[in-house]
Design a protein around this ligand. Structure first.
Ligand code: SAM
Ligand code: ZN
Length: 289
């Protein structure tokens, strides 16, 4: 909490953690205060800004993703994200950094990144934001269990209105979540980086072959973002064997195909106990202009 330049979502003043007496809170100079939950996260999403009672991914989506990611199938991808961040910080000669994960979900990549940077000699403070309270609760419980809460924080917040001061982040990762370009531009320091991930042409080809008679390649995406220059595209490829029906179902539910596939095609997956598939991601590395 301490190394992050938090901003009060009500008045915009800076928000500081107070640990003198329980319940711990974050408070601004105008006395707006927000409880720090026992798992360690803070909910900075104002009731009037909520689109529903529980915005963001549901508890079921969070647990499907937790089950799948816990199987380690996307480890190569996660390591690739962490290695790219290390390189991007290195290009700016930084040994100390603040990195935000915008749309962090249950914190799999945030925690791996924070650990990886620490292991590579970077004094990193990482902070994850997500609309889903279920996801953030899970993420901060994991950080607490891993004794990483001093350098890894989480908040429930929209990435379109980040509770962060201007120009306080050295980098942002944004993985499979909406891209809030203007807000990212605001909170990044000069020369800060933005790392986005998009699926490559043959991403999940094995899964698609198992479901569809004529699978299509994914479209190649190279999004142009206002205020940013795309400096590099890094491909991360692996071939994984998913070895339980639960994980196959969990992976499918994480994809857009889950919502648009006919029932008889979806049922083909329930007959499988293992599934071998390519995974292909392109990391789009941007610099703030
Ligand atoms: C597909 S998940 C990806 C989560 C994580 N980055 C990962 O790759 O495992 C997308 C996440 O974005 C979150 N999300 C969607 N809109 C958001 C917003 N406006 N602000 C913050 N989070 C948002 C959802 O709650 C969900 O956890
Ligand atoms: Zn305030």
């Amino acid at each position: 909490m301490n190394r992050i330049a938090w901003k009060c979502p009500v008045c915009g003043a800076s928000l500081l953690p107070e640990y003198q007496k329980k319940p711990y809170v974050m408070r601004c100079c105008a006395d707006h205060s927000f409880d720090i939950a026992r798992q360690g996260y803070v909910n900075l999403l104002l009731a009037k800004k909520r689109s529903s009672a529980s915005p963001g991914d549901s508890a079921e989506m969070v647990s499907a993703r937790t089950a799948f990611l816990g199987g380690g199938y996307y480890r190569a991808f996660s390591d690739g994200v962490s290695a790219a961040c290390l390189d991007l910080l290195g290009e700016n000669g930084l040994q100390r950094a603040v990195i935000a994960d915008a749309g962090c979900g249950e914190g799999y990549y945030t925690q791996n990144l924070c650990r990886y940077l620490g292991e590579h000699g970077i004094d990193a403070a990482c902070v994850g934001f997500d609309l889903s309270k279920d996801a953030v609760t899970h993420a901060s419980s994991c950080a607490k269990r891993a004794s990483m809460a001093d350098r890894l924080s989480y908040a429930v917040a929209s990435i379109f209105e980040l509770p962060l001061a201007d120009a306080c982040c050295d980098g942002i990762i944004n993985l499979f979540a909406p891209v809030a370009v203007k807000e990212f531009d605001r909170v990044l320091k000069k020369d800060g980086f933005l790392l986005c991930a998009v699926p490559g042409e043959r991403h999940l080809w094995g899964l698609k072959e198992a479901v569809y008679d004529t699978p299509y390649l994914n479209e190649v995406r190279r999004d142009v973002l206002d205020g940013f220059v795309l400096t590099e595209v890094r491909r991360i490829e692996d071939c994984v064997t998913i070895c339980t029906q639960e994980h196959i179902r969990a992976l499918f539910s994480m994809t857009p195909y889950y919502w648009k596939t006919a029932k008889e095609d979806t049922e083909k997956l329930s007959r499988l106990q293992t599934l071998k598939t390519e995974i292909v991601f392109d990391l789009l590395l941007y610099r703030k202009r």
